[in-house]
Write a protein that binds this ligand. Structure first.
Ligand SMILES: Nc1ncnc2c1ncn2[C@@H]1O[C@H](COP(=O)(O)OP(=O)(O)OP(=O)(O)O)[C@@H](O)[C@H]1O
Length: 263
């Protein structure tokens, strides 16, 4: 049995015109435990919609989503979510208190939750920053706190929506290496949305490419089989880049022609 299964999932909204606005259609995918899937696709194809349904924030209009054999119906601590930017940290809580937050809500005793939060602070490389408030931390540090906060709940799956999109190139590259290290250490199943082919190849075990919206679906899934540390100089990197680029190029062209028609 697959660890995560999306079975012919579709999602639509009632538009103000009274017609249906289709966000995603006929989306089917299975993930094994420990997979790291990067989802790529033109703007508006439905990537965030897929992530929101996996998180349980939105229900599919048709089809089904299963996690570990159970239908996903609502948000749960077994699915950690990390968004772009740092708006989701509580500014009045310190770094360690932010990480503890979910454990506190879950009723974990004070001593135990503090010890767990400090372990995760350490895992994301922020040992020594426990008592700082978000305003005293850099963008990259705040993203690490978000990741630690999500992981502290020991989720079955980590859902990440362009988490490094707002970071400068240098910090982004450091965060990519850190995320691979954390994924190696924890074996958490990850679904990660990005617009960046390079990021997808450096991070994932599989790259999913979606067709252009409205109503995007999964076009292809490309397994990334590179051993050791991922390097752009590796000839396999270039081959994967070409493959993903050629899958996505036509979809981006279609998306911009839809945009012109709609304008
Ligand atoms: N709450 C909503 N109500 C109506 N339409 C919505 C809603 N949320 C998303 N959509 C529509 O669903 C489609 C898919 O949106 P979604 O945000 O999932 O795309 P995306 O691939 O994540 O885009 P981007 O890369 O630009 O972030 C879009 O046409 C969007 O306008």
């Amino acid at each position: 049995m697959a660890f995560v299964e999306l079975r012919d999932v579709g999602k639509w909204y009632a538009a103000l015109s009274g017609r249906r606005s289709i966000a995603v259609q006929h989306f089917s995918l299975t993930l094994d435990r420990g997979d790291f899937l990067c989802l790529l696709g033109p703007s508006g194809c439905g990537k965030t919609t897929i992530l929101s349904m996996l998180a349980g924030f939105e229900a599919p209009s048709e089809g089904q989503i299963l996690l570990d054999g159970q239908a996903v119906r609502a948000p749960s601590r077994d699915r950690g979510v990390v968004f772009q930017g740092d708006d989701s940290l509580y500014p009045w809580l310190t770094a360690v208190q932010n990480i503890e937050f979910g454990l506190r809500v879950g009723g974990v005793p004070a001593k135990e939750r503090r010890a767990t939060a400090l372990d995760y602070l350490d895992l994301v490389g922020l040992n020594g920053q426990a008592e700082k408030f978000p305003a005293e931390l850099s963008g990259g540090m705040k993203q690490r706190i978000q990741i630690a906060r999500a992981l502290a709940n020991k989720p079955k799956m980590l859902l990440m929506d362009e988490p490094f999109g707002a970071l400068d190139a240098q910090t982004r590259s450091i965060m990519q290496r850190e995320l691979r290290r954390i994924w190696d250490a924890t074996g958490t199943t990850i679904v990660f949305i990005t617009h960046d082919i390079d990021e997808a190849i450096l991070l994932s075990t599989r790259v999913g490419v979606m067709t252009a919206g409205p109503g995007g679906t999964l076009k292809s899934v490309i397994p990334i089989e590179m051993t050791g540390d991922r390097e752009r100089a590796d000839p396999a990197y270039g081959r994967y880049y070409q493959q993903v680029h050629s899958d996505i190029r036509d979809e981006v062209a279609k998306a911009s022609s839809y945009g012109r028609k709609a304008a």
